[in-house]
Design a protein around this ligand. Structure first.
Ligand SMILES: C[S@@+](CC[C@H](N)C(=O)[O-])C[C@H]1O[C@@H](n2cnc3c(N)ncnc32)[C@H](O)[C@@H]1O
Length: 301
């Protein structure tokens, strides 16, 4: 099975590469689909590929003989530090294709998918932090409510959190089936699968602190990019997209553009995409996983 089919590939490359001798970073290397096309577009430039999943590191063989490429194993929230260790202080473009890869989704024992029975893990980096079952077995009820309503937009988050606390008195959460059985009981009738997807998404975002990592990445991108440098981000749900849009538009997460004494906008980026770029009908038909993708591109001022 294919590791991952890259989404909005040409659109990302067109937005990202403006100096073929430049230094670029693909902060979500995954199967290396975007990285391969970036490398094809460079003439004398350098690409760093970052991923926190040790499975992604197995895909670097395709670039073994390419001296323009270097893989960095780690979380992109530490991007500045990793680049500093490579002697790099500024870059020409940063690409982030957020969320999980098809490989992570399709591997039962990673616990990301409602389709399989597997260990309830959901960590992209299996050496770090709490797994999904740790979260479900230990979080206080109000913390569960916050997680489900914030990250899954689950309407009956209180009922679900109560059901989870009830379940874990009798039996600890261990597998995706435990979670599915528990959540199914309080799912709206006729919408069970959609509901489970929201519940799984919320836990995955929490386990991997996806919003925190994205905030850290955006703030570091502002400092790392040279004038004219490109920030290219594909997001897959509205919370991520709002952060990206507000930061690209205003340089802060409130989305409010500050002015200097003379009334000039003080913002680090200029958005190149007024509206997000979406996959074409053709891409969607070919790759249904591109469904919720939204691409935004900004240039450093
Ligand atoms: C949607 S996939 C990217 C696929 C890739 N563009 C390709 O063409 O194959 C997202 C990848 O980013 C990685 N990832 C997500 N969040 C990360 C983070 N905070 N730090 C490093 N890697 C991360 C995941 O492990 C996953 O492999």
């Amino acid at each position: 099975m294919e590791y991952h089919v890259p989404v909005l590939l040409e659109e990302c490359i067109d937005g990202l590469i403006w100096d073929e001798k430049g230094t670029y970073v693909d902060v979500t290397f995954g199967g290396g689909g975007h990285s391969a096309r970036i490398l094809e577009s460079l003439k004398g430039g350098v690409l760093y590929g970052v991923d926190q999943d040790s499975d992604a590191a197995k895909n670097i063989d395709q670039f073994k003989s390419n001296r323009s490429f270097k893989f960095i194993a780690g979380n992109f929230r530490h991007l500045s530090k990793y680049l500093r260790m490579e002697g790099v202080r500024e870059v020409h473009g940063i690409l982030g294709d957020l969320g999980v890869s098809s490989h992570q989704f399709d591997t039962a024992d990673r616990g990301f998918s409602i389709r399989f029975d597997g260990e309830l893990d959901m960590r992209m980096d299996k050496s770090e932090g709490m797994s999904a079952k740790d979260v479900l077995n230990t979080y206080a009820e109000d913390k569960l409510v916050h997680m489900f309503s914030m990250y899954g937009e689950v309407k009956n988050a209180k009922t679900l959190a109560r059901e989870i606390c009830r379940f874990r008195i009798e039996k600890k959460f261990d597998t995706t089936t435990d979670l599915k059985e528990s959540a199914w009981k309080v799912a709206p009738k006729g919408y069970e699968m959609k509901y489970l997807a929201q519940v799984f998404q919320a836990i995955r975002i929490e386990v991997n602190d996806e919003m925190g990592a994205l905030r850290d990445l955006l703030q570091q991108a502002e400092k790392l990019l040279v004038k004219g440098g490109r920030l290219v981000i594909i997001s897959y749900h509205s919370l991520e997209d709002r952060l990206v849009k507000d930061y690209m538009n205003a340089g802060n997460f409130a989305g409010i553009i500050k002015k200097d004494l003379y009334g000039n906008d003080q913002k680090p980026f200029q958005l190149l995409t007024r509206k997000p770029v979406l996959p074409s009908e053709e891409e969607y038909a070919r790759n249904t996983r591109s469904r919720s993708a939204k691409l935004r591109i900004a240039v450093k001022r």
